[in-house]
Write a protein that binds this ligand. Structure first.
Ligand code: ADP
Length: 359
């Protein structure tokens, strides 16, 4: 079986400026992938190349076993069987919801078209709303109609470019989860472009982190958080601090918080200076612990406080504490390290060496 999407060594340039550089990525049928990265890193450019709106400067793009792009050749967008949903998903305001959804089905017979529209209205949870007009729906409902419109002709792949960015922040994650459910129920293969990691976590099976036009890591959200491949991914995903240390042996790093070790050999040279990534959930508040740190800042997060704690050396740590433990700034509290996935970087080096699971 050919892969649904294969991007092989693709670069995309505007004039003399290369925006996307040598990207390799593939998606299996029914997978939801995500291009995640800061604004301007080339996500939309890569998506436009898949859709057929930008030529590739190097490499190849294959959709369901068909070569659709290589230097000097590009299948036109309308022949790629890709559906698109953009940030400004603009429904046709003068057409009913049903007619909006049927828009891409003009070649099908009336009965077939009606059946597909009814099926999609059900799928998006608006079974009785076919005769309504877009302005009678909420933003989230309109977004689902836009999705149904793109899904209607059963494209081989759905390309979603920041589809939730005009939504309320509080709604985005929920919508992303709902859309994931919809796509999974219909077995749709999709790529989401977003700069919002929580949206990516809520929606994607695989997340490709793009920065400066290059792919830095392709993994699940869990892996990106707990096993970032380099410092960029470590900084961009979640929060954390780098704790300096010295490599004791093949598995252990000596730090101000004691000897930290993991299950897998880390591959760093014995005696080398290292930095260990510590996430806020790696540091536990424990009144009985002899290890103390001063509260220097705190941010209320509802169920939790995110404390910034300072060690005697001046090193700062982040620590998530249930918010009923309400400590004042300046107080010294007991802490304990509980690292499941220890990530160590050689000082001055970009990529991580895993120390693996376990302490
Ligand atoms: P993202 O989607 O990650 O925010 P884009 O792919 O939109 O990033 O843009 C990547 C870079 O390409 C940016 O520096 C942007 O200014 C540049 N760019 C985007 N479109 C064009 C264009 N049509 N011509 C020239 N440069 C462009």
């Amino acid at each position: 079986m050919p892969k649904q999407l294969e991007i092989k060594g693709v670069s995309v340039a505007y004039g003399n400026t290369t925006i996307v550089q040598g990207v390799d990525l593939h998606l299996e049928g029914g997978d939801i992938g995500c291009l995640l990265g800061p604004s301007g890193c080339g996500k939309t450019t890569l998506l436009r190349a898949v859709a057929g709106f930008e030529p590739v400067a190097t490499g190849e793009i294959w959709l369901q076993g068909r070569l659709v792009a290589r230097p000097g050749f590009g299948l036109p967008p309308e022949e790629r069987r890709a559906g698109m949903v953009f940030q400004d998903f603009a429904l046709f305001p003068h057409l009913s919801v049903a007619r909006n959804i049927a828009f891409g089905l003009r070649r099908q017979g009336g009965r077939e078209r009606q059946a597909r529209v009814a099926e999609l209205l059900d799928l998006i949870g608006l079974p009785g709303s076919g005769e309504k007009y877009p302005h009678q729906l909420s933003g989230g409902q309109q977004q689902r109609v836009a999705l149904a419109r793109a899904m209607a002709p059963r494209p081989d792949i759905l390309l979603l470019d920041e589809p939730f960015s005009s939504m309320d922040v509080a709604l985005r994650e929920q919508l992303a989860r709902e859309v994931r459910e919809l796509l999974k129920r219909d077995g749709v293969t999709a790529i989401l472009v977003t700069h919002d990691q929580f949206e990516a976590f809520a929606m994607a099976d695989q997340i490709a982190v793009l920065f400066g036009g290059r792919l830095h890591q392709v993994a699940t959200g869990f892996e990106l958080y707990h096993e970032p491949a380099n410092r960029f991914v470590a900084n961009f995903i979640g929060q954390g601090v780098m704790l300096p240390g010295r490599v004791r042996d093949g598995r252990q790093v000596e730090t101000e918080l004691g000897l930290l070790a993991g299950g897998r050999p880390h591959g760093l040279a014995v005696g080398a200076e290292a930095e260990v990534l510590l996430r806020p959930d790696d540091i536990l508040h424990d009144d009985d612990s002899p290890l103390r740190a001063e509260v220097v800042n705190r941010a209320f997060r509802g169920a939790e406080y995110l404390y910034t704690l300072r060690l005697a050396s001046g090193q700062d740590l982040l620590c998530l504490v249930q918010s009923h433990h309400n400590h004042a700034i300046g107080e010294h509290i007991g802490i304990r390290v509980a690292v499941d996935h220890l990530v160590a970087f050689a000082k001055g080096r970009e990529s991580a060496r895993w120390i693996g699971a376990g302490v």
